[in-house]
Design a protein around this ligand. Structure first.
Ligand SMILES: Nc1ncnc2c1ncn2[C@@H]1O[C@H](COP(=O)(O)OP(=O)(O)O)[C@@H](O)[C@H]1O
Ligand SMILES: Cc1ncc(COP(=O)(O)OP(=O)(O)O)c(N)n1
Length: 268
C-alpha cells in the first residue's frame, strides 16, 4: 500500500487540518500518517486557541515516520512559525522526500490567522523551493506573488510569478472567486485550467486541506501531477456536493460519499 504523511495542525472540529487530511488520504486509498505542528481549539464558527508544538517535537515525529514507514508523498498544511518551517525543510531535505504538496495556509475561513506575519517570508524561502506543487487560494497567491488578483488572467499572472520565483508548480485555487470554482495549474511553463461548477453551499470548511491531501494521495499512488489535480478536483466536488450540514458556521465536507471505493483506485 502507498503511504502519505500530513504535516499540519489539528482542527478539533474535524473539518480541516490533520483530521481532513487523514480522512481524505484514507478515502483516496493511501495509508495516512501525521506530524502535528499545532493544536487548534476550533469549530465551524472560528478558532479560539492555538498551541504550537516545539521544533524538537516536530522533528521527532517526522523522524519517527521516515525512519520506519517512508511516505510516498508529503502534504504540508498549517505551520505557524519560522522555527517550525525550518525544521520541516531541514528534515525533508535530509530524507530527500519526494512528491511534496505545500498548502500555504495563512488563515481559516473564519478569518483567524494561522501563520505569524514574520513566518511568511520563511515559508517562501524554505518550503516553496521543495514543493512539487504549491496550492494557494486567491488571497494567499496575492501575498506570495505580491500581485493583486481581479480575475482569471490575474490568477495566471500570479501563478507564473510564484513559479518563476520559487521554481515549483503552482495551483492557484478559485474557491474565493466570484465566478465558478476554476483552479489554474501552472507547470513546466504551461497553464491549464481545472474547471468546476460553483456548488451553492456555505459548508466549505477544510476545502483547501482536502484538495491538497487528495493531490498528495494521488501523487503517492503514482499518478502524474495533472492527473492528480484532476482526481483531487473530482474528489472535492463530490465531497462538497454530498451536502453535509453540521455546526453553526461554515461546516465540514462529507468524506463518506464514496463507499464504492472509486477514488481509492491505484494507478494502472
Ligand atoms: N463552492 C464551491 N463549489 C465548488 N468548488 C469549490 C467551492 N469552494 C471551493 N471550491 C474548490 O475547493 C478547492 C479549495 O479551494 P479554496 O476554497 O479556494 O481553498 P482554501 O480552502 O484554501 O481557501 C478548490 O478546488 C476550489 O475550486
Ligand atoms: C488546523 C487548520 N489547518 C488549516 C486550516 C485551514 O483550512 P483550509 O482548508 O485551507 O481553509 P478553511 O476551511 O479554513 O477555509 C484550518 N482552518 N485549521
Amino acid at each position: 500500500m502507498r503511504t502519505a504523511l500530513s504535516i499540519a495542525g489539528s482542527d478539533s472540529s474535524g473539518g480541516a487540518g490533520i483530521q481532513a487530511d487523514l480522512k481524505t488520504m484514507t478515502m483516496n486509498g493511501v495509508f495516512a500518517m501525521s506530524a502535528l505542528t499545532a493544536l487548534t481549539a476550533q469549530n465551524t464558527t472560528g478558532v479560539t486557541a492555538v498551541m504550537e508544538v516545539t521544533p524538537q517535537f516536530l522533528q521527532n515525529q517526522i523522524d519517527a515516520v521516515f525512519e520506519d514507514i517512508r511516505p510516498d508523498a508529503v502534504k504540508i498544511g498549517m505551520v505557524a512559525s519560522s522555527e517550525l518551517i525550518r525544521t520541516i525543510a531541514q528534515r525533508l531535505r535530509a530524507y530527500e522526500a519526494a512528491n511534496i504538496v505545500v498548502d500555504p495556509v495563512m488563515a481559516a475561513t473564519s478569518g483567524a490567522r494561522l501563520i505569524k506575519e514574520e513566518a511568511i517570508e520563511t515559508l517562501k524561502e524554505e518550503l516553496l523551493p521543495l514543493a512539487t506543487v504549491v496550492t494557494p487560494n486567491i488571497p494567499e497567491a496575492e501575498i506570495l506573488s505580491g500581485e493583486t488578483i481581479h480575475n482569471e488572467d490575474g490568477m495566471v499572472a500570479a501563478a507564473i510569478k510564484i513559479s518563476e520565483m520559487y521554481h515549483c508548480a503552482v495551483l492557484c485555487k478559485g474557491g474565493h472567486s466570484v465566478n465558478d470554482a476554476n483552479d489554474l495549474l501552472y507547470v513546466d511553463g504551461k497553464a491549464r485550467w481545472f474547471t468546476g461548477r460553483r456548488i451553492a453551499t456555505s459548508n466549505t470548511h477544510g476545502t483547501g486541506c482536502t484538495l491538497s491531501s487528495a493531490i498528495a494521495s494521488n501523487l503517492a499512488k503514482g499518478f502524474d501531477l495533472e492527473t492528480s489535480v484532476q482526481r483531487a478536483k473530482d474528489y472535492i466536488s463530490r465531497a462538497l456536493s454530498a451536502n453535509l450540514d453540521l455546526g453553526k458556521g461554515s461546516g465540514p465536507m462529507n468524506h463518506a460519499f464514496d463507499l464504492s471505493g472509486e477514488f481509492a483506485k491505484e494507478a494502472e
